[in-house]
Ligand binder design. Structure first.
Ligand SMILES: Cc1cc2nc3c(=O)[nH]c(=O)nc-3n(C[C@H](O)[C@H](O)[C@H](O)COP(=O)(O)O)c2cc1C
Length: 317
């Protein structure tokens, strides 16, 4: 359990909602979240992001849906093409939210749509349910579906319309989750901010492909180690450009050092994805290490966030 000093030292806010820890479980990588009860100490986890939820149930893609990318037997990345299998917003609100609400952490609902109006639709269903989530994450970046997701997230007009409609549908915090793939990420962020987005999850998986002798080419979204430098670059560029922006860094975080790189780049919090498959206690271990390092150094996390931006390779040479 965390004490009062700890929760104060590591807490952060988005649109008035307080999160007790900057370590969050990423969408789609921790089941619904409650499956980890009894394994993880949720008082050390700032939030659980749910699987992607769409208006209607989705079966997802046929198998194979996951491919492992290994070097010398060590898994360094995953390619997934789940296709956002989920029971649909109404069943999710009825069957899963009551269980999720019992976990002692915040719940962020990850929202997905094939049409622009699907996003506010899902939010309205959850808002009108008995157990609404604490915040929403708009998945404008799934690379594994034929319609929606990444298609909207690289189109400034779609981003503008979706964020505007969602803002009208809830007063809770809205996070927008983008792909690291877009060359116009700063423009998309600026538009989202002007339409009322509160924070950004950077990022989703990177569209990639692997060759398999048995199955041929497998196309999917890459997650894990190789994603980290790509996403870090995006986080740095956004934090340099936008003052006081709230970025949740997500991509290839396996341990405390990985998380620290994101904080140095300016991220307010981090999400842990693929690493949870290898070790379900990864997020808790990162929290413990972060806390003990802060105590040792006498620094606050707020002092560390963004401090790496002042040191560039040019200055070091
Ligand atoms: C099996 C799997 C399922 C995922 N499902 C979702 C999803 O439903 N919605 C979403 O926004 N991101 C989803 N993601 C992306 C992760 O939330 C995360 O953004 C990505 O894996 C990068 O983080 P990582 O390198 O720590 O895994 C999924 C990732 C994996 C590996």
């Amino acid at each position: 359990m965390v004490d009062v000093w700890e929760s104060d030292a590591l807490s952060f806010e988005i649109k008035g909602a307080s999160f007790s820890s900057p370590i969050i479980l990423a969408s789609g990588t921790a089941g619904y979240g409650y499956e980890l009860e009894g394994i993880l100490d949720f008082s050390k986890i700032g939030a659980v992001v749910t699987k992607g939820i769409s208006p209607k149930p989705r079966d997802g893609n046929p198998s194979p849906r996951i491919a492992e990318f290994s070097v010398k037997g060590f898994q360094i990345a995953l390619l997934n093409s789940i296709g956002l299998q989920n029971p649909g917003a109404r069943a999710f609100a009825k069957d899963h939210m009551p269980k999720l609400k019992k976990i002692p952490t915040k719940i962020i609902a990850n929202v997905f749509g094939e049409k622009e109006r699907d996003y506010p639709h899902v939010i309205k269903v959850l808002e009108n349910s008995e157990n609404p989530p604490d915040a929403y994450e708009l998945n404008l970046s799934c690379p594994n579906t034929q319609k929606g997701g990444i298609e909207f997230g690289v189109n400034p007009k779609s981003v503008q319309r979706i964020v505007r409609l969602c803002r009208k549908s809830t007063s809770r915090p809205i996070l927008v989750k983008f792909s690291p793939f877009s060359e116009i990420l700063p423009q998309l962020v600026r538009i989202s901010l002007s339409e009322g987005a509160d924070a950004f999850t950077i990022s989703n998986t990177l569209p990639s492909a692997l060759w398999d002798k048995k199955y041929g080419f497998f196309k999917g979204g890459m997650s894990g180690y190789p994603l980290k430098p790509v996403v870090l670059r995006c986080v740095i560029e956004l934090c340099e450009r936008f003052e006081d922006i709230k970025i949740i860094g997500c991509g290839g975080i396996y341990n405390f050092d990985d998380a620290m790189e994101y904080f140095l780049a300016g991220a307010t919090a981090v999400q842990i994805g693929t690493a949870t498959f290898l070790n379900p206690k990864t997020a808790e271990e990162i929290y413990d290490n972060l806390l003990s390092e802060l105590k040792k150094s006498g620094k606050t996390l707020r002092e560390i966030i963004g401090s790496g931006l002042k040191i560039t390779a040019y200055q070091r040479n």
